[in-house]
Design a protein around this ligand. Structure first.
Ligand SMILES: Cc1cc2nc3c(=O)[nH]c(=O)nc-3n(C[C@H](O)[C@H](O)[C@H](O)COP(=O)(O)OP(=O)(O)OC[C@H]3O[C@@H](n4cnc5c(N)ncnc54)[C@H](O)[C@@H]3O)c2cc1C
Ligand code: SF4
Length: 466
């Protein structure tokens, strides 16, 4: 129990906004050992630690924080890794403010313990010491599992099953592993080297990784099941949604996925070293109000835009993006056009977008999601010049796997249906989890699903009972 409660989190130093919009380096610097110890000492070491139940992968939060407070950083990371194979990732991108930190006892009166920052510290400390040690593995069971997709869900299932003695092969459609962590989330929020380091750890544990392999094209699930005893589908939600308004086919109108993939995975951000085609717009409009929209806006600034607007049909209070992301975007000079909806894009004679017509909105009664419904204000239309539009209004699962797997039940939006207690699908020997089940959700929820599935897969492989 700390002698005197320090009401605020230990601040984390970060790159000043004016400097960071000129580079793709990570924005926050992370804690020094002294800062981490000071923050860890704020933890009350609650007996019934509510923070643990707020964590979808059940990390022993007071346990690892106690080790940090004692300066025993090696034991801290070991404790985290018992439950989480991606600590450096989660410490950076998890929405802690709505999970573990939201229910932290300190949060009732003060700022909660900075659990995410401490997790990040422990992971980075270990990495700075050299290669992470491999845990002792049980004898092989002789059972083989195919994991489809190498996002956070697929990596978690693989990490859990390999530690249970099963042989695991991950099949990934892209040429790099990591899913959204590498193609979506930009370098300045999550350096790719960190994701590859955590993937490399799994490979050193014995997980096989097969890249450029599209399940549903290169081989179907039924073909995989001839060789594997179980299949986990963690293919995410990579299919972008559009608004279906006039002009969306114009040049210069991107989906968030395409824009971020070109910048991150195809390395447009490393120009001139990589000359990846991408429109470096001067007046950029990003449509949407989630984390994806913030990532696009901040990427556009760094790629050299003069003016970047977030166009969102509700007000700031209803924005789904994390508070920290909105704050960082505001600091960097992103302009927010609240209560605004584009109704059409206007092209020039060569087919490039040159303007956008918008309508102003007002908020009505709450809708099914509990947020107040935006209603257009008639006659409020106006036109603004833009040379790049990035549509970040959401995404859904790609239909390829359900289309090529007839006995796999999928819902209206392409989401694979599962039994939530086990993550079993309608097809025997097949489990699924993460965004392909939930639609666009979060890293930690994908990992939580994966943990449930891994337990269920293990039980099936040991008992043979479906
Ligand atoms: C730009 C952006 C920013 C985000 N920011 C955050 C954030 O800050 N915090 C947070 O918690 N969440 C964030 N999210 C959401 C989060 O990234 C996802 O919820 C999470 O990655 C889902 O994990 P997953 O394992 O289900 O799928 P994914 O990460 O989508 O991985 C799926 C993988 O499967 C592969 N695949 C797809 N189809 C096939 C196939 N047929 N055969 C083989 N491989 C296939 C894909 O190539 C991909 O690599 C963000 C998402 C985006 C797009
Ligand atoms: S709830 Fe907060 S104060 Fe209590 S153990 Fe968890 S992190 Fe520490």
């Amino acid at each position: 129990m700390p002698e005197k409660i320090i009401p605020k989190k230990t601040p984390m130093r970060e790159q000043p906004p004016k400097e960071r919009i000129k580079n793709f380096n990570e924005v926050p610097y992370g804690y020094s050992p002294e800062e981490a110890i000071a923050e860890a000492k704020r933890c009350l070491q609650c007996k019934r630690a509510p923070c643990v139940s707020g964590c979808p992968v059940e990390i022993d939060i007071p346990g690892f924080i106690k080790f940090i407070a004692e300066g025993d950083f090696k034991s801290a990371i070991k404790r985290i890794k018992e439950k989480n194979v991606l600590p450096a990732v989660c410490g950076r991108v998890c929405p802690q403010e709505t999970q573990c930190e939201q229910v932290c006892t300190l949060a009732k009166k003060f700022e909660p313990v900075a659990i995410g920052r401490l997790e990040r510290f422990a992971a980075d400390y270990e990495a700075a010491q050299g290669e992470a040690p491999i845990p002792e593995l049980p004898p092989p069971t002789g059972k083989k599992v195919a994991v489809i997709g190498s996002g956070p869900g697929g990596l978690t299932v693989a990490g859990d099953l390999i530690r249970m003695g099963h042989a695991v092969t991950i099949f990934e459609a892209l040429h790099k592993p990591g899913g959204v962590l590498v193609y979506g989330i930009p370098e300045f929020r999550l350096p790719k080297a960190i994701v590859y380091r955590e993937v490399d750890y799994l490979v050193r544990c014995g997980v096989k990784l097969v890249l450029n392999f599209i399940v549903g094209k290169t081989a179907t699930i039924d073909q995989l099941l001839k060789e594997f005893d179980a299949v986990y589908i963690g293919t995410g939600a990579g299919l972008p949604w559009f608004m279906n308004i006039p002009g969306e086919n114009l040049n210069g109108v991107y989906s968030a996925n395409e824009y971020l993939t070109r910048s991150n995975l195809m390395k447009a951000y490393l120009f001139p070293e990589y000359d990846t085609p991408i429109v470096r717009g001067k007046r950029v409009a990003v449509i949407g109000g989630g984390n994806v929209a913030m990532d696009c806006a901040r990427t556009a600034l760094r790629l050299g835009a003069d003016e970047v607007h977030i166009v969102y049909r509700r007000s700031k209070q209803e924005m789904p993006a994390r508070a920290e992301e909105i704050h960082h975007a505001e600091e960097e000079g992103v302009i927010f056009d609240w209560l605004t909806l584009p109704v059409r894009y206007i092209g020039d004679e060569k087919g490039w977008v040159k303007a956008m017509e918008c309508i102003k909105m007002q908020l009505g009664e709450p809708d099914a999601s509990g947020r107040r419904k935006p209603v257009p204000i008639e006659g409020s239309n106006y036109t603004v010049p833009v040379d790049t539009v990035i549509c970040a209004i959401g995404q859904g699962p790609n239909p390829l796997i359900p289309q090529t797997t007839p006995d796999l039940k999928a819902g209206k939006w392409g989401n694979i249906e599962v039994d939530k207690a086990t993550m079993k699908t309608s097809k025997p020997k097949c489990w699924a989890g993460g965004d392909v089940v939930r639609g666009g959700a979060t890293v930690i929820l994908a990992m939580g699903d994966a943990r449930i599935a891994a337990r269920s897969i293990d039980e099936y492989l040991r008992t043979g009972v479906w």
